[in-house]
Unconditional design. Structure first.
Length: 226
């Protein structure tokens, strides 16, 4: 009846026994399975109660992801997973949890769709924009280009980021290109040329800590969209 060679079945059973088996109720059909189940009974009870504690103690609001993850790694025990999925998904989840935990949230203004569009912009600019960097005598010039959705994201994000850079004391400016934006950063004592060259487009884009508060404002409908 079996289509699979015995050795393969045994190997699969072994893998199951070593991983999934200890936590969940797995088929007790194989000889290894039966053996493992009997030996690990006590351990399963222990892990089960750990899982229950983890669920009971899980905070429902902000900071949960990172804290839970670190805790899980340190203890090395089975626990509830901390990772929500993709980074954008997790970012939105965290913001929604903050809004839900805040009694003053004005749901008539909340706009999670706007935050999602911004996170798509961030994805486009970070992962899909082309960045042609040219080193000048006293700075760096970067032609950030793309098409379609990527181009839209570049036009929104790069000039907005220049404003943020200027606020934290950088000599930055942007200029429209047909297929993107030209970003120019002039070197200074605080931002020497060697550093600008090393940072390049994305190293410059991540300067400042404005995204986190801006994301919350966008979600609350308080951020002027471009
Ligand atoms: Cu952002």
């Amino acid at each position: 009846m079996s289509k699979f060679p015995w050795k393969t079945t045994l190997a699969v059973s072994a893998v199951l026994a070593a991983t999934v088996y200890a936590v969940a109720q797995v088929s007790s059909g194989g000889p290894m399975g039966m053996h493992g189940q009997m030996q690990q009974g006590g351990m399963m009870d222990q892990m089960h109660s750990q899982m229950m504690q983890g669920q009971g103690g899980m905070p429902g609001t902000m900071g949960q992801g990172m804290h839970g993850g670190m805790h899980g790694q340190q203890s090395g025990a089975f626990n509830v997973p901390a990772m929500p999925g993709q980074d954008a998904f997790g970012t939105i989840q965290e913001i929604v949890q903050i809004l839900q935990a805040d009694r003053t949230t004005d749901w008539s203004k909340v706009n999670i769709g706007a935050l999602r569009q911004h996170l798509i912009d961030m994805n486009e600019v970070t992962l899909h924009a082309a960045a042609a960097e040219r080193v000048l005598d006293n700075g760096i010039e970067i032609a950030v280009t793309g098409e379609g959705r990527t181009l839209e994201a570049i036009k929104r994000m790069v000039p907005a980021h220049v404003s943020e850079l200027r606020e934290i004391g950088w000599n930055a400016k942007s200029e429209d290109l047909a297929n993107g934006v030209k970003l120019t950063v002039t070197a200074s004592e605080a931002q020497p040329l060697a550093k600008l060259k090393a940072l390049g487009f994305m190293g410059i884009m991540v300067q400042g800590g404005h995204h986190q508060p801006h994301h919350l404002m966008m979600a609350k409908g308080e951020f002027p969209m471009h």
